[in-house]
Design a protein around this ligand. Structure first.
Ligand code: 6PG
Length: 246
């Protein structure tokens, strides 16, 4: 594992090793949490194989799923059974295969506007946390998994939208431009309130952006602005790591 000025870089050989390393980090964080375990889950395609890995041995029985609360870092504002739904992807890859079920906190959708859904989800997260204000000494997440887009976005915190990126009070915001469908996203304050943040970056398409973020050449894209309270790990396969793999 390489140590950078911003976090730690873990480079693995390929997609199989990537899923295994991600599952191991997840299980270690769950074990460290002891009792209740609150994990933020990334959407998109990268984490799917990691979630599938957690659904089978040895990881399935290594984690006390009945003590786990799974929270979405962001969600496409679509019906729960829509193929674009991150909650559906997580159910199909992980939760449906578990005997003891974790609590999956899906973003509400039915009969709501995207703004109402964001407000309701924020209330649910505050109830889960047990307070309306984040305490730096008590992270919201034990573990927060995040993806990164080729443009440097993370969750649905998109470049060029300061109303999302500069928000320091709200925990959850609606996103109504920049994507084909509306989104609901957690904001920096709550995503950074984590004992461990793991960015999951896989594939050659992410190589340039990851290089710009790790080298400090680009400090403005959302993923580069990330300053978590706790430990930060960049998990990358060799295709994404490029020159950083050496
Ligand atoms: C989403 C994700 C998003 C994702 C990145 C990377 O809902 O799409 O939360 O932030 O993590 O876009 O997506 P891929 O993993 O598909 O490359």
């Amino acid at each position: 594992m390489k140590t950078l000025t911003r976090g730690e870089l873990m480079v693995v050989e390929d997609k199989d090793a990537f899923a295994e390393a991600g599952a191991r980090l997840f299980a270690e964080a769950a074990d460290m949490a002891g009792g209740r375990f609150v994990a933020g889950l990334a959407g998109g395609s990268t984490p799917k194989a990691l979630y599938e890995r957690l659904a089978y041995e040895p990881w399935r029985s290594a984690i006390r799923w009945g003590k786990a609360d799974l929270v979405l870092g962001d969600e496409r504002f679509v019906a729960p059974d829509d193929a674009k739904s991150n909650a559906r992807m997580i159910r199909e890859a992980l939760v449906d295969h578990l005997v003891t079920k974790p609590r999956l906190h899906a973003v509400p959708f039915d009969k709501l506007t995207v703004s109402e859904a964001a407000t309701e989800y924020e209330a649910e997260l505050k109830a889960l946390y047990g307070a309306a204000k984040l305490d730096p000494a008590r992270p919201f997440f034990d573990l927060c998994l995040l993806g990164m887009g080729e443009d440097g976005h993370t969750a649905s915190l998109l470049p060029g939208q300061p109303e999302l990126l500069d928000e320091r009070e709200r925990w959850v915001l609606p996103v109504t431009k920049g994507r084909p469908e509306a989104r609901v996203t957690l904001t920096f304050p709550v995503l950074e309130s984590a004992g461990l943040v793991v960015f999951l970056v896989s594939g050659a398409g992410k190589r340039d952006m990851l290089d710009r973020v790790l080298s400090g050449a680009d400090r403005d894209v959302p993923a580069a602005r990330f300053a978590p309270n706790g430990r930060l790990v960049w998990l990358a396969d060799k295709d994404a790591a490029g020159r950083w793999a050496g």
